[in-house]
Write a protein that binds this ligand. Sequence first.
Ligand SMILES: Cc1ncc(COP(=O)(O)O)c(C=O)c1O
Length: 441
Amino acid sequence: MTQFTKNDLAYFGGPKAIPERDDSLFHWPIVTDEDIAAVRDVLVAGNMSGTGITKEFEKEFAQWNGARFALGCCNGTASLTAAMWACGVGAGDEVICPSLTYWATCASALQLGATVNFADADPVSLCIDPNDIEHRISKQTKAIVVVHYCGTPVDMDPIMEIARRHGIKVLEDVSHAVGSLYKGRKCGTLGDIAGMSMMAGKAFAIGEAGMVLTNNRELFERCIAFGHYERTGAPSRFNPPDAQITMPSLLPYIGLPLGGVKHRMNQTCAAMGRVQLKYYQERIEEIDRTMNWFMDRIEAEIPGLIGHRPTTPGSTNGGWYVPCCHYDPAAFGGCSAGLFSDLIRAEGMHCVNGINNPLHLHPYFHTADIFHQGCPTALAFGQRDVRQGEGACPVTEAVTDRTIQVPWFKHCRKEEIEKYVAGFVKVATFVRENPGFIAEK
Ligand SMILES: Cc1ncc(COP(=O)(O)O)c(C=O)c1O
């Protein structure tokens, strides 16, 4: 095995593994003249606030996923809030949600008067641990919110079985996983309803946009009623009257959104979404091929790094949003994930340790008095006190020390990517051969 000294590491002034990064290997989303023309047409027609193009996009997106209904929203947060309300979450209620996720998966539960009972992550998938759910269910539990984390599908079968047995809904957050498959079925069609982000940094990236997906007509209509007042039959300057609401309980409220919010998607995003969708499958297949090949190479060369990817047959990691590896410090002479990442970054490659910080420890869910009620909002509507402190979700709490993010390649240029592998091997070999090494320039 090759020996490396400090002088070989870019961190200490040695030659970089990637002296000049070719950004075309990473650039995303791929925007062509077709996207630009579609967006320009919306602008020229002054059609940003219409819904005609959005409805076409919804139809195509629903069909591609194999779902009955899709509803375009202004962002992912809005789609998830509406979906949560559609599931019946209200004052005094609880939702169960993984602590390892972005805040928008569940923060709006507090806005609805509910609270969040956080579950830990499975150490391999990094998604909610199906074994950490059932004991959290109470009479107040209205929904289990799951997140297909960093594109890897949640183990849905046991979760759906628990939810059905207790008569509660399952909401999927598909923000990281548009196009991911769980046992051959698209993420977002496995639970009762799904919400997802389509903001510019995601795998399916069309600006500030989001989407609800469901097979359930009632949940679909409730999402419309929550934030799409012009789609309840009300006339408008931008859109013809449109009566998508049929549920008697919602009919009296036509013309005003029950959420008091406006969730309509900007049609520049919808127009871009229609173009992006045409090429998305082909593009994520290239990413999937590339990232699997990269992970195979890393695992073959570097014991102690394991690619975060699906392990269930028939399951895939759609567009590989935030690709990462499990990191075992013991395999690297005790080198922390943070220091390892610093050394890799110095070589000219993207790498940071950790992904999201544990939500169950954030003061938002402990002490924030958002509505000036004189007590934490997490308790202010008659919720059970389900707040949890340090040690409650050990897998989630360890993620910053046990994972590293790796470059997100968009194209299968193996010769170029092999240089990245070599950079990882150089750093990994050096720290392994220098146990207890402390980075001092
Ligand atoms: C898991 C997850 N859920 C929800 C959101 C919120 O979506 P948006 O930013 O489009 O509101 C994001 C990211 O932005 C996310 O990563």
